[in-house]
Design a protein around this ligand. Structure first.
Ligand code: MLC
Ligand code: AMP
Length: 521
């Protein structure tokens, strides 16, 4: 029985005509459904030939490519656990993930092989392969020697399929453990809720997705890829988001998914107009708050109403604005800007106050969730896992919001100290830790301020030790050598002291207020 392996469900949705195009790249390369099936079989056979123990992690830090997509699918197919890593991560960040997850296999780009393999072998990894974005690398060379037929490895719904690291507000990153069941339930729910279809569309086979996001986080890896595959839909695969190219491909597509920054950048293109989107059915946004201005401008320019949804690494998708009125769920069809819509079918969502009691309509409190999509826990962190769940099994999201009289959920803030920049999460505590360790620095505070492109960016406010002199630019330059580029504060200031309340706690709200117009346009 292979039915609980997520790959089996995706594979079962491949169209009967396997010669049709499954993925088309921006360079014009076409991969058929058969290509996906055969290549994932070969990679899965390679992994199985290595005799890896059950539950082995396969950690992957590679540029976006169709072969990287195949690597993900092959990992599922062979029953191992996929561990994607952002390509922006630097050596100290990668070392932590590899030491913590102890993957049996690591796959990285040719250019990173030297330092990544050193870290991996030190951590006990047996196999390090390369995979480059030009269809080369030892992974493909080795897989080429294996059969293109493969029996999907049976997995239970509760078995791990992926670990996604998400940074902690204190301490180090936590690996969110997602199961085959978590992801399949979410994929099936979204297929139905968003009206994915195999009829009509520019090619007559139904929906075509423009895939423009990175594939190492929930949005690009799960929501987008599972969405297309579980419907047997073709993907137009952009290796890197480019607003002009994305708009140019919309005539051949029906669905687009993006973080708000992608919408902001497309709105800056004169080519975005009603004619350009004439074949499009649905625009979906999430991962960060979508400004109402962006929502409204998109409506005016294209005639389409963006559907905003809300999710997390730990839970996949939780809420969504409606695609259309649906008597099975509710009768509202309005996609309401500034809200993230309704809890998805099967998801229980409540808003609670500090006293752990449910709050009435429109009152603001902590968002808690429960459902088949909610993760199994943090990798090797049972205490952390226990802390994040209530006694009755709800996960505390760390997001703060409210539910209105019609049931629309609005996120108004976060109780976790987190900056979301261009859809990427940046944890101030991590950045402050690095800055505070630098010579001459007494302490620092990193706060998020509004930014026209990224929505929000970090600003570092730093104080020097008595007698020491520190330079903000030099500190940011040093950070750049240690951390992923998107985490680097966009500006730094050295000040005499940080504002504190009577309890001695740094008043980040004052710093946010002080710097809120830094990037105003
Ligand atoms: C790039 N830069 C950023 C940044 N991305 N700075 C802040 N925030 C970001 N997100 C900076 C780099 O550090 C670099 O600066 C400069 O911009 C150019 O880098 P780049 O890589 O060429 O940037 P670009 O290609 O323009 O990338 C922007 C982007 C990208 C918006 C396309 O950030 C992106 O793909 N974001 C999507 C993230 C995503 O998929 N999130 C989903 C998480 S899942 P310098 O100074 O070094 O030159 C999730 C759950 C859910 O949250 O609900 O979906
Ligand atoms: P991650 O840990 O990267 O999965 O990020 C998840 C976080 O992104 C959530 O906890 C929210 O804070 C935020 N998020 C996701 N979607 C939305 C949205 N539509 N609006 C506001 N915040 C969002």
């Amino acid at each position: 029985m292979t039915s609980n392996n997520l790959f089996s469900a995706l594979r079962a949705a491949f169209p009967a005509d396997m010669t049709r195009t499954a993925v088309e790249t921006d360079e014009g390369l076409c991969y058929s459904w058969q290509d996906l099936d055969r290549a994932t079989a070969m990679m899965a056979n390679l992994f199985q030939s290595l005799g890896l123990p059950d539950g082995s992690r396969i950690a992957v830090q590679v540029e976006k490519s169709v072969e990287a997509l195949m690597l993900y699918l092959a990992t599922l197919r062979a029953g191992y656990v996929f561990l994607p890593l952002n390509t922006a991560y630097q050596s100290a960040e990668i070392a932590y993930f590899i030491e913590n997850a102890e993957p049996a296999v690591v796959v990285c780009g040719r250019a990173q092989f030297g330092w990544v393999s050193k870290i991996a072998f030190k951590a006990g990894t047996q196999h390090v392969f390369t995979l480059n974005d030009d269809r080369t690398g030892s992974l493909l060379e080795r897989a080429a020697h294996h059969s293109d037929r493969h029996q999907v490895v049976p997995r239970k719904a509760d078995d791990l399929a992926a670990i996604l690291y998400t940074s902690g507000t204190t301490g180090r990153s936590k690996g969110a453990m997602l199961t085959h069941g978590n992801m399949l339930s979410n994929a099936l729910t979204l297929k139905d809720y968003w009206g994915w279809t195999t009829k009509g569309g520019p090619e007559g086979h139904g929906d075509v997705l423009i895939h423009a996001l990175p594939i190492f986080h929930v949005h690009g890896l799960f929501v987008a890829i599972h969405g297309a595959l579980i419907n047997g839909s073709k993907m137009i695969w952009l290796s890197k988001f480019d607003p002009k190219r994305a708009i140019a491909r919309m005539r051949e597509a029906t669905v687009f998914m993006g973080v708000p920054t992608l919408y902001v950048r497309m709105l800056a293109e004169p080519a975005l107009n009603r004619a350009a989107v004439q074949s499009m059915r649905l625009f979906i946004a999430g991962s960060a708050p979508l400004l109402i201005e962006t929502f409204n401008e998109w409506q005016t320019r294209t005639g389409h109403t963006i559907l905003e949804r809300y999710g997390m690494s730990e839970t996949a998708m939780l809420t969504s604005n409606p695609y259309a009125a649906d008597p099975r769920y509710r009768h509202q069809s309005e996609r309401r800007g500034g809200t993230v819509g309704f809890p998805l079918p099967g998801v229980q969502l409540r808003v609670r106050g500090d006293d752990a009691k449910d709050l009435p309509v429109n009152e603001i409190g902590g968002i808690e969730v429960k459902g088949p999509n909610v993760f199994k826990g943090y990798w090797r962190m049972p205490e952390k896992t226990a802390e994040e769940f209530t006694a009755d099994g709800f996960f505390k999201t760390g997001d703060v919001g409210k539910i209105d009289e019609k049931g629309y959920v609005t996120i108004v803030g976060r109780s976790k100290d987190l900056i979301i920049s261009g859809g990427y999460n940046v944890y101030p505590a991590e950045i402050e830790g690095y800055i505070n360790d630098m010579p001459g620095v007494a302490e620092s505070a990193v706060v998020g301020v509004p930014h026209p492109d990224f929505g929000e960016v970090g600003v570092a406010v730093i104080t020097a030790k008595p007698g020491a002199s520190v330079n903000a630019e030099a500190i940011l330059a040093e950070l750049k050598a240690k951390l992923a580029n998107f985490k680097i504060p966009k500006k730094g200031f050295v000040v005499a002291e940080l504002p504190r309340n009577t309890m001695g706690k740094v008043q980040k709200n004052l710093l946010r207020e002080q710097h809120k117009s830094l990037f105003a346009n």
